[in-house]
Ligand binder design. Structure first.
Ligand code: CTP
Length: 414
């Protein structure tokens, strides 16, 4: 899934931690996403990684104590003016404490003090250095003053101690920075439930009935929502790799699991009375309509079954049709293979299951599953908008733009 940060500029601050080498991977992730990347290094960072490495990765001159120039834009005032966000990764305990105090005694802390927009801080230090009262207070102060703190990992640290202090994974820092760049006031802090993947209905303990759904659409939608700042609960049978850790993930196997997890999540997001934003449910999961009536325990033996095997199936509960939709907006997904009736079936879903919108997708054949692209028409009672064919993340963003329109003035009265 390629997140697009073209047109955005990221300022990456690197301080003197052994994990400074991981900032090279981080710079690369931003470059690959199409962002312009500028780097500022503290003098001690240069003892771990050379400025030339970052210059080669970003194709931009790196700001250091010695490269600072007042004849160009490579100085601690101008470099920040052309960037949309500043992320300091790794940030040592020393730098964290200094920034909290407004101390600007090196090129990096000067750049931080001069920076006008959002600053994200990814700490990396020995456990004791982070646990010291001064550092804890500094982090709390920064958090309360609109700095984003990207939590360090608990792990075996390079110094040999085990505990909190390892730099967050570059992909996690990348996600957090991308989120800071993509946030959308409509979705920010809104609770959103996304279900995804094909369910597995057990025949016995080793065999199941399923479908070809890849779960990619739900995953893309969840990431798009996360990037816009939503509070995402992702209930799925698959696709949990490489997700931002801030997304709440709930693993489900069969239709009953999806039903219970969805009901539970809806209850949770609709009973928080401090939440003023109406929650959404995107029901992308390919929930089996039928499940074996009597799944067997253990492993059924071929010899006991004979030449043919008839399995009696019973209908599953329809999650979308049965849930209480009183306090949420719901978007159903309808994949059809019938070119004649597909669109009508999708339109009919609005009333049949009482949903606010339907994402309709006409499948050509079984090969249509699992691809990185899709083609969707967004249908409501009043409109049918063709979102065209695109990669699933681009389509997700289009779906979110259309879904916004499901709320008019009613939110003001919540
Ligand atoms: N869905 C659900 N619970 C089920 C089955 C489907 O919540 N047991 C949801 C899907 O997640 C999707 C929508 O309903 O959002 C799709 O409905 P679909 O199964 O295509 O519609 P049906 O009316 O059941 O059509 P079909 O006869 O083609 O299965």
């Amino acid at each position: 899934m390629q997140i697009d940060l073209s047109g955005k500029s990221v300022l990456l601050g690197v301080t003197g931690s052994i994990s400074a080498y991981k900032a090279c991977d981080l710079a690369r992730l931003f470059v690959k996403a199409g962002a312009q990347v500028h780097v500022v290094m503290s003098p001690s960072a240069e003892r771990f990684v050379s400025a030339l490495t970052f210059e080669a990765l970003t194709r931009n001159s790196v700001l250091t104590e010695t490269s600072e120039s007042w004849a160009s834009e490579l100085n601690h005032i101008e470099i920040g003016k052309k960037c949309d966000v500043f992320v300091i990764a790794p940030a040592t305990a020393n730098t964290i404490n200094k920034i909290a105090q407004g101390i600007a005694d090196n090129i990096l802390t000067q750049t931080a003090l001069a920076f006008k927009d959002k600053i994200l801080i990814a700490p990396a230090a020995n456990t004791q250095m982070l646990a010291k009262t001064a550092t804890c207070n500094a982090l709390t102060f920064l958090k309360n003053n609109h700095y984003n703190i990207i939590h360090p990992q608990d792990k075996l640290l390079a110094c040999g101690d085990t505990g909190s202090g390892g730099l967050a994974e570059p992909t996690e820092i990348f996600f957090e920075v991308a989120k800071a760049l993509c946030s959308d006031p409509f979705w920010e802090n809104r609770s959103v439930i996304v279900t995804g993947g094909g369910t597995r209905e057990k025949l016995d303990e080793v065999r199941y009935i399923s479908n070809f759904s890849s779960g990619k659409m739900a995953k893309s939608l969840s990431v798009a929502l996360y990037l816009r700042g939503a509070d995402v609960s992702y209930i799925s049978t698959m696709g949990f790799d490489d997700m931002p850790s801030a997304i709440t993930t709930i693993k489900a196997d069969d239709a009953q699991d999806i039903l219970e997890a969805t009901q539970h999540s809806i209850k949770k997001v609709t009973t928080h009375d401090h939440k003023v934003k109406i929650p959404y449910l995107f029901m992308v999961a390919a929930v089996a309509d039928f499940t074996p009536k009597e799944p067997q325990s253990g492993k059924l033996k071929k010899s006991a079954l004979g030449d043919t095997w008839s399995v009696e199936l019973k209908q599953t509960t329809d999650v979308l049709a049965s849930i209480d939709k009183g306090a949420i907006k719901t978007v159903g997904f309808k994949a059809e293979m019938d070119t004649q009736e597909g669109l009508n079936n999708a339109i009919a879903l609005l009333d049949k299951k009482g949903v606010d919108a339907v994402c309709y997708n006409l499948l050509k054949d079984a090969k249509s599953f699992g691809g990185n692209e899709n083609e969707i028409t967004f249908i409501t009672k009043d409109t049918q908008v063709s979102l065209g064919r695109a990669d699933k993340l681009t389509l997700s963003n289009k779906i979110l733009d259309e879904s916004k329109k499901l709320i008019h003035e009613e939110e003001a009265h919540v």
